[in-house]
Structure formats: structure tokens, C-alpha cells
Design a binder for this molecule. Structure first.
Ligand SMILES: Nc1ncnc2c1ncn2[C@@H]1O[C@H](COP(=O)(O)OP(=O)(O)OP(=O)(O)O)[C@@H](O)[C@H]1O
Ligand SMILES: [Mg+2]
Length: 225
């Protein structure tokens, strides 16, 4: 297997090695390797059913890989471990909200639970950024699907994190929302954060990602643009 020369000597924040996952006799993932360094975004792309969400779930420990594993800053990655949860913000497509907490109460709870300094200021800033200020007193069940998606993303942005793991973060966002997301993720990298994201939006991937891992085809990481 041809190996790409690492462009920097910086060790990977997230190192994924040999992730393999089969359902019954169908092997969905066959020895997937990838690295994400601080200040870098890696995209995972591929057709529906190619295993992108399965890969993210195996990486964060929400699903058990049959073989292989991941480390975050050198420690085995399992989102059930408190030390790992402090560094890892995950937004999958199935996020649940507390049904009886308003938008602002939800974000406040997440920020404080993760010991965010200046929680109130951060929550207000993110509410404005994601355009949820006007609905901040509403319960999740009264939000539109795009607003619920914005709340899910906001939940990741109000807390301290070193790595963002996002499954189709552009889903259900309007055009302005996708543009905002692109800017936000570029800013995340510039601030030294790492991003691993699944996306079907080629424009967003080109804008944000430094490298792409393609599933359901050639599995080697490749440079973007
Ligand atoms: N728990 C499960 N049991 C059986 N099969 C599963 C399970 N989870 C996923 N699969 C199968 O694994 C394959 C990959 O699913 P996955 O959700 O990872 O795809 P994806 O690349 O995220 O697709 P999409 O672009 O539609 O989100 C699919 O064929 C799916 O049916
Ligand atoms: Mg998926």
C-alpha cells in the first residue's frame, strides 16, 4: 500500500487504525485507517450505505468494531469515558433533546456540564450565531427540523472540545446555514480544533476539509483542492 508522506511531524490527535465492521456476512468497513491532527479537518464521503455513519460510530465507541480501534491524544477512544468526553464533541443524525428544556436551557446545561468557562456568554454567542435567539425559549418539539439541527450543532459549539465529529452537519440547513457552517468549521481549525466530518455536500467538503477518506470505492485518503 502506497503511503503518503506526512506533511507535518505533528502527531495525530485522532488516530484510527484498522476499523473493520461486518453486519451478518456483509463487511461494511474493511480495515479503515485515518488520522486527524489539531487544526485539520478530514472528510468522509461515499454513497448512501457505504458505511460512513458506521465508521463514525465505531470511532467514537457508539458501536463496537469487529477489529481495530481509535485513540484520542494517545488514549483509547470511547465516548463513554469521562476523560474522552471532555475532548470530544459528537453530532450524529439521531440527537435527542430533553423534551422539557427550552433551547437556551438545553445549551446552558450542556455548557455547564462540560465546565465551559463563561457559560452564559458562550451560550448567548452561539445562540446568535446559529440564529436561534428568537426561539431560545421554545421547547425542542416546537422547533422546525432545521432549527432542531441548528440546536444539535449549537450543543457541540457551546462546550470545550479538541475534536468535533459530525455526521452530515449540513443536513436540513438552508443555504445560509450551510455557508455559516463552512465558516464556523474553518474557524474551528484556525483555533486549533480538529474536525472529522461525514458529508454529502461537495462544496462544504472542498471548503473545510484538508483530506478526504472515500468509502465504497478507493479507500486511500486524498488531498482536497
Ligand atoms: N445495526 C445494523 N445492522 C445491520 N446493518 C446495518 C446496521 N447499521 C448499519 N447497517 C448497514 O451498514 C451499511 C452502512 O450503513 P451506514 O449507516 O454506515 O451508511 P452511510 O454511509 O452512513 O449512509 P448514508 O449516506 O445513507 O447516511 C448499510 O448497508 C446499513 O444497512
Ligand atoms: Mg449515514
Amino acid at each position: 500500500m502506497a503511503r503518503k508522506k506526512p506533511r507535518t511531524a505533528k502527531p495525530a490527535l485522532l488516530a484510527v487504525r484498522g476499523i473493520t465492521r461486518a453486519f451478518g456476512d456483509r463487511t461494511i468497513l474493511d480495515g479503515v485507517d485515518l488520522d486527524v491532527r489539531s487544526g485539520e479537518a478530514v472528510g468522509v464521503v461515499g454513497p448512501n450505505g457505504s458505511g460512513k455513519s458506521t465508521l463514525l460510530r465505531c470511532i467514537v465507541g457508539a458501536d463496537d468494531a469487529d477489529a481495530g480501534g481509535s485513540t484520542l491524544a494517545g488514549h483509547p477512544l470511547d465516548e463513554r469515558l469521562p476523560g474522552i468526553r471532555a475532548d470530544l464533541a459528537v453530532v450524529m443524525d439521531d440527537i435527542d433533546f430533553f423534551p422539557d428544556l427550552s433551547v437556551v436551557e438545553h445549551l446552558d446545561l450542556v455548557a455547564r456540564a462540560h465546565a465551559q468557562p463563561d457559560a452564559e456568554e458562550v451560550v448567548n454567542g452561539v445562540l446568535a450565531e446559529v440564529g436561534l435567539m428568537e426561539v431560545s425559549g421554545q421547547l425542542p418539539s416546537t422547533l422546525s427540523s432545521g432549527q432542531r439541527r441548528r440546536l444539535a450543532l449549537a450543543s457541540a459549539f457551546v462546550r470545550p472540545r479538541r475534536l468535533l465529529v459530525l455526521d452530515e452537519p449540513e443536513a436540513r440547513l438552508d443555504t445560509d446555514g450551510v455557508a455559516w457552517l463552512g465558516e464556523r468549521l474553518v474557524a474551528e481549525k484556525q483555533a486549533g480544533g480538529a474536525v472529522l466530518m461525514v458529508s454529502h455536500d461537495a462544496g462544504l467538503v472542498a471548503r473545510v476539509c484538508d483530506r478526504v477518506v472515500r468509502l465504497g470505492g478507493a479507500a486511500e485518503p486524498s488531498d482536497v483542492g
